[in-house]
Design a protein around this ligand. Structure first.
Ligand code: CDP
Length: 205
């Protein structure tokens, strides 16, 4: 069966956790598209031009364990405004979305630009303060030396850049269901997401 689930939303809203949980529940493949932009961003920190880096991206670039830093996240959001970078990553994402057996893609523009015909679309969000606190715990848990204020400023700066860019700006698709995870546990957020998607699968099947 071909069934695409698009999950978009701002930084650290819980998209990753929900997407992995949804993929495991339905037995679908999962692509964290943020990793593509992070991998391109990381290459630019080593001196490559954004477009060259996007065209040269290799599967092993996505498996690195140094893509989750705040520095790479900022570099990712800077390369993400470059139209040639987005174009270079488009075909891979669309092919992944239509693979047999179902696919979950999470990012910023999946429901709006990459897969406008996705069978199910979620927009996962939370207040900037809640998102920054979650990211702060994640980063310090990985040994990063950051302060709460730095993480909040980073999240707000990336949100602004992601929402204000002209190419594929972050916004909910008109037909997306919004889930605000500000006061939800992971279990409750995941349950809500699965319920919404199950409704769409029932209609499609
Ligand atoms: O994990 P977090 O939500 O902080 O970020 P991410 O999903 O790994 O994405 C990192 C950056 O890549 C974002 O701030 C966006 O600028 C960019 N991105 C994008 O433009 N389009 C996507 N589909 C996914 C990520």
């Amino acid at each position: 069966m071909r069934f695409t689930i698009a999950i978009d939303g701002p930084a650290a809203a819980g998209k990753g956790t929900i997407s992995k949980g949804v993929a495991a529940h339905f037995g679908f493949a999962h692509l964290d598209t943020g990793l593509l932009y992070r991998a391109v961003g990381r290459r630019t920190l080593l001196g490559e031009q954004p477009k060259t880096a996007a065209l040269a991206l290799l599967p092993e670039d996505l498996n690195r364990d140094d893509l989750r830093t705040a520095e790479v996240a900022q570099a990712a959001s800077r390369v993400a405004v470059v139209p040639e970078v987005r174009a270079a990553l488009l075909d891979f994402q669309r092919a992944f979305a239509r693979r047999a057996g179902g696919a979950v893609l999470d990012g910023r523009d999946i429901g709006t630009v990459i897969c406008p015909n996705a069978e199910a679309k979620l927009f996962v969000t939370a207040s900037a303060e809640v998102r920054a606190e979650r990211r702060y715990l994640e980063l310090t848990g990985n040994g990063s030396q950051v302060t709460r204020d730095q993480v909040l400023a980073d999240v707000k700066e990336r949100d602004a850049r992601d929402m204000e860019r002209s190419e594929a700006p972050l916004k909910p698709a008109l037909d997306a269901v919004t889930i605000d995870t500000s006061s939800l546990s992971i279990t409750d957020a995941l349950r809500l997401a699965i319920e919404q998607i199950q409704l769409k699968i029932s209609v499609a099947g």
